[in-house]
Design a protein around this ligand. Structure first.
Ligand SMILES: C[S@@+](CC[C@H](N)C(=O)[O-])C[C@H]1O[C@@H](n2cnc3c(N)ncnc32)[C@H](O)[C@@H]1O
Length: 244
């Protein structure tokens, strides 16, 4: 996996364009996400554990929005049941190219298929584990119900969805506190005020966070019987949602 340092927003610009997952981002993505998402390493490490516990024999595990394949690799290391395969999906050609190289260099035996396509176009079938680490937030909000419903419908009994997202807060004081602390975290990780401000601007129309309640309600409406918040750090969280 590439280890280049993310300096994409270090120079001041008059105009900041909307964020896209292009070649430039893919080449520094590992550093970018580790320094931008508090608890990212924990979420990835636990993705392996979730796969260990919940992947079922002869089923399919999905990594939706796989980027460079960190969650795919974690699942691949965790799966110990026979007959499983992983389908990793991303609609960024640069991400898929690098992800395929990362997977090819890994020697675990679970088969992985890396697909260049929109997660909304991937049929979800015979699934025991579906991982969506920090991807639903990039889908237009009016498409999210259908996406979650499709995942629910494609699960086998006992299936688990790992849904990790940046979240918003209904209470404005809390929103301000969590955002301030999150920006302090980014500075602790070595980003300058300019980098924090410009990245925020680049993402503001692209990454649309919802509240924890909105996520829980959507999962419930889709049919998920249980939803547990297993991780939260400031405005980032992860939910485990169970079909039954
Ligand atoms: C924040 S990254 C995900 C990080 C990754 N899951 C991990 O754990 O390292 C979001 C990814 O989702 C992809 N993405 C966003 N919208 C998508 C869509 N509609 N279909 C497929 N991939 C999408 C982006 O290209 C990007 O690689």
């Amino acid at each position: 996996m590439t280890k280049s340092k993310d300096t994409i927003y270090s120079e001041y610009r008059e105009r900041v364009a909307d964020f896209i997952f292009d070649e430039k981002v893919a080449s520094v993505f590992d550093d970018m996400i580790r320094r931008s998402v508090p608890g990212y390493a924990t979420v990835i490490a636990m993705t392996k554990v979730f796969a260990e516990h919940y992947a079922q024999a002869d089923s399919v595990c999905y990594d939706l929005g796989c980027s460079l394949g960190a969650s795919t690799l974690a699942m691949r290391k965790g799966i110990d049941k026979p007959g499983c395969k992983i389908i990793a999906v991303d609609n960024s050609p640069a991400m898929v190219k690098q992800c395929s190289e990362v997977i090819a260099a890994d020697d675990s035996i679970v088969p992985v298929e890396v697909r260049l396509c929109d997660i909304q176009d991937v049929p979800i079938e015979n699934a025991s584990v579906v991982v969506m680490n920090f991807t639903l937030q990039f889908l237009s909000p009016d498409r999210r119900d259908a996406m979650i419903q499709k995942i629910y419908d494609g699960f086998r009994p006992g299936g688990v969805l790992l849904l990790s997202e940046k979240i918003a807060f209904a209470d404005s004081d809390k929103q301000m506190f969590e955002t301030d602390m999150y920006h302090e975290f980014k500075k602790l990780m070595g980003y300058s005020d300019t980098e924090v401000a410009q990245k925020r601007k680049a993402l503001e129309k692209v990454l649309l966070p919802e509240t924890l309640d909105a996520h829980r309600m959507r999962l419930k409406n889709a049919g998920f019987a249980k939803t547990y918040l297993w991780f939260q750090c400031f405005n980032f969280m992860s939910l485990a949602a169970f079909k039954e």
